[in-house]
Design a protein around this ligand. Structure first.
Ligand code: NAI
Ligand code: MG
Length: 398
């Protein structure tokens, strides 16, 4: 069989460090692939006026599978200020390359697993009735609609006549917002479509079916956001009835979810949400299993097959220039495991997963975050493992 080609996009800051360590793990296990580098991130914005150059898009179109580190993003005015002098005043506008990538490739399905690793000192614990301490096992997959909703980018400040007139046709707008001078009015829309809601909900049902769970939890707010959340709930309920009679739909409001997940996170295994709510609920769940050093994500388009795997952390610029990198590579390595699972390389995936679990359970080698240290170059002298040492320990277990 021809070797598969993976587009590696290290991006900025610690993205570079964790991605190269992750490739070491993939090589150590004998996963055969060619890696081609895809330029992405701040450097390319500054030099070329485009943080996601066309050549990277071409690579992803051709090879379909991407492993991504992290990028640095900055607000519009800061971005403009850092452009190369010869590019200034040429009309370049900064957009986050991740959001552009999601929209360009229609990576509408985002899966964010939150699974407890036994022995992780950062695991969530709670008090029991008799004053003891209890550590619930979290095993939850969050299905986040990745291209629509509040992050769809359809928004205005000081909207033009047509938009304003359209808004004025809504009685609620007329009654409650017509008093506001137009230049002081900002509107962000929450657009949801039946097609893509159906796709994310279906993905959640399929996962529940595969894992043998008897419910999916729709985490929205249909009692208030009646149109968009309401549409999602209706689709889920109808799908349960017609296609998955053994899997029920639990309707939990996003605000209540933020409370329930620290009371009884073990009750949730499959959650499905719109873009922003999925972002929120997945970050909250990630906090229960150790946070940014452990949180992973897969995003893909089931039609074109383009799929990108990434840790959910950012480029952590303050640690980027350390001579010895101190950040935890586990989130990146487990993102590569999601890639292997996607490619149906289950044996490799399971072995790496087990190696990570063994290192965490053993507790001899721990990055600074796992030791609850403040990140400084000195953490290595205080017993924390470097990014490389952490990776070495995982490779040794393989
Ligand atoms: P961040 O995730 O880069 O860092 C926040 C803090 O989390 C760090 O200071 C560090 O203490 C900790 N942390 C992050 N990754 C870690 C790891 N692997 N091991 C141990 N500790 C880790 O988020 P922040 O500071 O809000 O953003 C920094 C830059 O990253 C910004 O430019 C932001 O726009 C960008 N960003 C990019 C993302 C992406 O590429 N997917 C996601 C989030 C932020
Ligand atoms: Mg987030």
């Amino acid at each position: 069989m021809a070797k598969r080609t993976i587009v590696t996009m290290p991006g900025d800051g610690i993205g570079k460090a964790v991605l190269s360590e992750c490739i070491r793990v993939l090589n150590a296990i004998g996963f055969e692939a060619n890696y081609v580098n895809g330029d992405i991130g701040w450097e390319f914005w500054c030099k070329e006026g485009n943080p996601l150059p066309e050549r990277t898009i071409k690579l992803l179109e051709e090879h379909k599978i991407g492993l991504f580190g992290a990028i640095t993003s900055k607000p519009k005015d800061k971005a403009t200020a850092e452009l190369a002098p010869e590019l200034k005043d040429k009309g370049f506008i900064y957009y986050s390359p991740i959001v552009t990538m999601r929209q360009k490739f229609g990576l509408d399905i985002c899966m964010r697993p939150c699974q407890t690793l036994v022995g992780n000192p950062l695991n969530f614990v709670r008090r029991t009735a008799n004053g003891g301490v209890d550590e619930p096992v979290v095993d939850c997959m969050i299905f986040r609609q990745n291209t629509e909703g509040l992050y769809g980018g359809v928004e205005w400040t000081n909207p033009g006549d047509k938009v304003y007139d359209a808004l004025m046709t809504h009685p609620r707008f007329k009654e409650n917002f017509a008093w506001c001078p137009r230049p002081e009015l900002a509107v962000s829309t929450r657009i949801v479509t039946k097609k893509y809601s159906t796709r994310i909900i279906k993905a959640a049902f399929e996962y529940a079916k595969k894992r043998g769970f008897d419910k999916i939890t729709l985490c929205e707010k249909p009692n208030v956001i009646r149109e968009t959340s309401g549409m999602m709930l209706k689709i889920a309920q109808e799908m349960s009835k017609s296609e998955y009679p053994n899997i029920r739909v639990e309707d939990v409001n996003i605000d209540a979810m933020m409370m329930w997940l620290t009371k009884n996170p073990e009750n949730y295994h499959v959650i499905v949400s719109e873009n922003m709510f999925g972002d929120i609920v997945s970050d909250a769940f990630a906090g229960l299993i150790g946070g940014l050093g452990f949180a992973t994500s897969a995003q893909f388009n089931p039609e074109s097959g383009v799929a990108v795997f990434e840790p959910t952390h950012g480029s952590a610029p303050k640690y980027a220039d350390y001579k010895v990198s101190i950040v935890n590579p586990i989130a990146m390595i487990l993102s590569a495991v999601l890639m292997l699972e996607h490619l149906n390389e289950m044996e490799f995936a399971n072995r790496i997963r087990k190696a990570v679990a063994d290192v965490v359970a053993e507790g001899k080698v721990r990055a600074y975050d796992m030791l609850k240290m403040k990140g400084t170059p000195d953490v290595i002298n205080q017993g924390a493992a470097s990014t490389k040492q952490m990776t070495d320990a995982i490779i040794e277990k393989l």
